[in-house]
Design a binder for this molecule. Structure first.
Ligand code: ADP
Length: 247
């Protein structure tokens, strides 16, 4: 049974690397407009979960349903096309291109159009780029080369390059790593803007930031779900305390 109101239904998800289960029987349910955070110690399987959802790694068992589509049957590019965006930790923007051009080349290509239609499309693309630039705090820097942006601004630009493709689910791997305090605060605001229209799945180590985006937290440990709920709830969970503090 798949709840049609959910964006993502992951059940009994498992992957083994030479007999080692990096993800082991995981259930994960993401609702529309939800910002879910995955936390857990190094090696818990967080990155592997994102790799499995975006098709970079193939599962050995379980189910990944995204809006009625079985993602396990799709290739990585088909999963992007289905509406799953993935941002990796290191920003990969085109340094020699401007902010505008970085967004422009990320705009999804439709059918080729000519003449008046092409002109109308150009206007549409420009309007969309300006809208995205505002969302990611880069409106005033549209003509600046990406090479001159701060680390945080590059991260936002890359998020913008994904947003312009209008994903239903956006997955981010440690979005505030290496950011200044001011940039972290703005990134929390950016995530609030993003979940107004879509769902977000974030891996995060910065607990202060997790509290700021105050959302449902999934705690992974040794590939398994250890705890789930509000930050306050999982922080008080004896199993979580044991994993983070106890030896
Ligand atoms: P996290 O992101 O929580 O730090 P990972 O998902 O990166 O954890 O890794 C979980 C475990 O799976 C680690 O022990 C890691 O070494 C192992 N692992 C991840 N990918 C592979 C792979 N392609 N081949 C073999 N082992 C892997």
């Amino acid at each position: 049974y798949i709840n049609p109101n959910l964006v993502l239904t992951v059940e009994d998800l498992t992957v083994s690397f030479d007999g080692f289960k990096a993800v082991d029987g995981l259930n994960l349910y993401i609702a529309p407009n939800e910002c879910r955070v995955i936390i857990g110690p190094n090696g818990a399987g967080k990155t592997t979960v994102l790799d499995l959802i975006c098709g970079r790694t193939k599962a050995t068992g379980g189910r990944i349903d995204f809006k009625g589509q079985n993602l396990r049957k799709l290739r990585e590019d088909q999963i992007v096309h289905a509406g799953v965006g993935r941002k990796f930790q290191t920003p990969s923007v085109y340094e020699d291109l401007t902010v505008f051009e970085n967004l422009e080349i990320s705009y999804p290509r439709g059918h080729s159009v000519f003449g008046a239609l092409a002109f109308r499309r150009d206007a549409q693309v420009r309007a969309r780029i300006e809208e995205i630039a505002e969302t990611i705090f880069l409106s005033d820097l549209l003509s600046v080369k990406a090479a001159f942006l701060s680390h945080g601004q590059k991260q936002w630009l890359e998020i913008g390059m994904l947003l312009i493709q209008d994903p239903v689910l956006l997955m981010l791997d440690e979005p505030v790593a290496g950011m200044s305090v001011a940039e972290r605060v703005k990134t929390a605001e950016l995530l609030r803007r993003i979940v107004a229209d879509r769902s977000v799945l974030v891996i995060e180590h910065d607990m202060k930031f997790v509290e700021d985006i105050s959302t449902r937290v999934t705690v992974l440990h040794q590939g398994k779900l250890l705890a789930e709920g509000s930050m306050a709830k999982v922080q008080a969970d004896p199993n979580v305390i044991e994993v983070y503090l106890g030896h």
